[in-house]
Design a protein around this ligand. Structure first.
Ligand code: BG6
Ligand code: MG
Length: 215
């Protein structure tokens, strides 16, 4: 019996995955990398900022020191945070609020499990914070997905056992992390069929069988 649902944030509840892509594309151009594309970006989903940078740098010739990599990651984050300036409830993906309201009514606990260190600002700006019981994010963990840490911290904060949690994810790293945490998983988004989750749906706005998902 599921007592809590742990949502990934970028690409599940909000469209910020597109802003990450825009910011990485801008950084790539600034350092002379023209080959960075959506396929590369797909691999960045769910992994940390530094690991995402490595995926960009694979497309170039130049080697960077650790200190230079930190500077590049900071540059990307500055671009990204700037793109977040105008973020509001319009960025919430279709169906998300309806599901959060339904879960609240059913007295299912709601958690966030995102490796993004920008999670608090995104939850505030979109107003989603009002629905969330506990947040586990990049600021709480040392290992990013596919390590299960972010979901285990979320379950712990919610006071639930892993088997009592359902994870909703849009990334391969996230579905592997949910499995490693021994949690049930629902994949959403453009890659939902490829992700080897327990259940999948193109979008949160599609009709979902909550008896099955929570049973
Ligand atoms: C995840 C995104 O939610 O957060 C990744 O899917 C991103 O693409 C990661 O790299 C880290 O985000 P941030 O905001 O801490 O740079
Ligand atoms: Mg995601």
């Amino acid at each position: 019996m599921i007592k809590g649902v742990i949502f990934d944030l970028d690409g599940v509840l909000v469209s910020t995955d597109e802003l990450h892509y825009a910011a990485w594309s801008q950084l790539a151009k600034m350092i002379g990398i023209t080959e960075f594309n959506r396929e590369d970006n797909q691999r960045q989903k769910g992994v940390s900022r530094m690991e995402s940078l490595e995926i960009v740098l694979e497309k170039g010739e130049k080697c960077y020191s650790d200190a230079e990599k930190v500077l590049l990651a900071n540059m990307k984050n500055d671009i990204y945070v700037n793109l977040l300036t105008d973020l509001d409830q319009e960025a919430v993906l279709p169906g998300a609020v309806e599901i959060l309201m339904r879960l609240k009514k059913l007295e299912i606990k709601i958690g966030i499990g995102s490796v993004s260190k920008n999670t608090p600002i995104i939850l505030e700006k979109t107003g989603l914070i009002t629905y969330i019981d506990e947040v586990s994010c990049g600021l709480d963990i040392t290992n990013s997905k596919p390590d299960p840490e972010v979901f285990l911290v979320a379950a712990n904060k919610l006071g639930l056992q892993p088997k009592e949690c359902l994870v909703i994810e849009d990334s391969k790293a996230g579905i592997i992390a949910a499995r490693a945490a021994e949690m049930r998983s629902l994949a959403v988004g453009p890659e939902h069929k490829k992700l080897d989750a327990d259940y999948c749906s193109e979008s949160l706005s599609n009709e979902l069988d909550w008896n099955l998902l929570l049973g």
